[in-house]
Design a protein around this ligand. Structure first.
Ligand code: FES
Length: 164
């Protein structure tokens, strides 16, 4: 009986295997982007299934620590989406968010995290198709990058992680 030599998977197989457990977190403003995602769902637009949505009252509520901790504890990508500039239900929440997130992006390389793992965007409640495009593109980008070698991945107990 001949022994089979171990075969390394072809690149396509590697990609499929490596990206199977991809996790993406989407922080969506309740008033616009959450509605946009809902509209996409109601219209039955095909969407990637690896996005976990966290509904937030406004992108102005986004603490950059939410993003940092998600990525440090092993989420593969973070998407933040809110109302278009000048459409924020709290007037200026997304302007504050935009400034914070632009500054935050500069810190990602210092944390050892690829800046491509984070994106923010604006999608309104009526833009189901735009939402589908954003989420599909981002998901494809994260799948190309593969799993996040996140600093704390696989360290076990993340139950004590505080987002506050
Ligand atoms: Fe949507 Fe402020 S209410 S970004």
């Amino acid at each position: 009986m001949t022994e089979k030599s171990p075969r390394s998977p072809a690149p396509a197989e590697q990609t499929a295997a490596n990206t199977q457990g991809i996790k993406i977190v989407g922080f969506l403003c309740n008033w616009c982007s959450y509605g946009g995602a809902d509209t996409a769902g109601v219209c039955r637009f095909k969407q990637p299934t690896d996005l976990r949505i966290v509904r937030i009252p406004c992108t102005g509520r986004m603490d950059p620590l939410f993003i940092a901790k998600s990525l440090i504890y092993g989420v593969d990508g973070v998407l933040v989406s809110g109302c278009h500039p000048r459409d924020c239900h709290y007037a200026v929440g997304n302007f504050y968010a935009r400034r914070r997130m632009e500054a935050f992006k500069l810190f990602l390389p210092f944390m050892g995290i690829d800046t491509q793992r984070f994106r923010y965007t604006w999608v309104s409640a009526s833009e189901g198709q735009a939402w589908q495009k954003v989420v599909t593109e981002f998901s494809e980008q994260i799948h190309r990058l593969g799993p996040n070698p996140g600093v704390m991945r696989g360290t076990g107990d993340n139950s004590k992680v505080s987002m506050g």
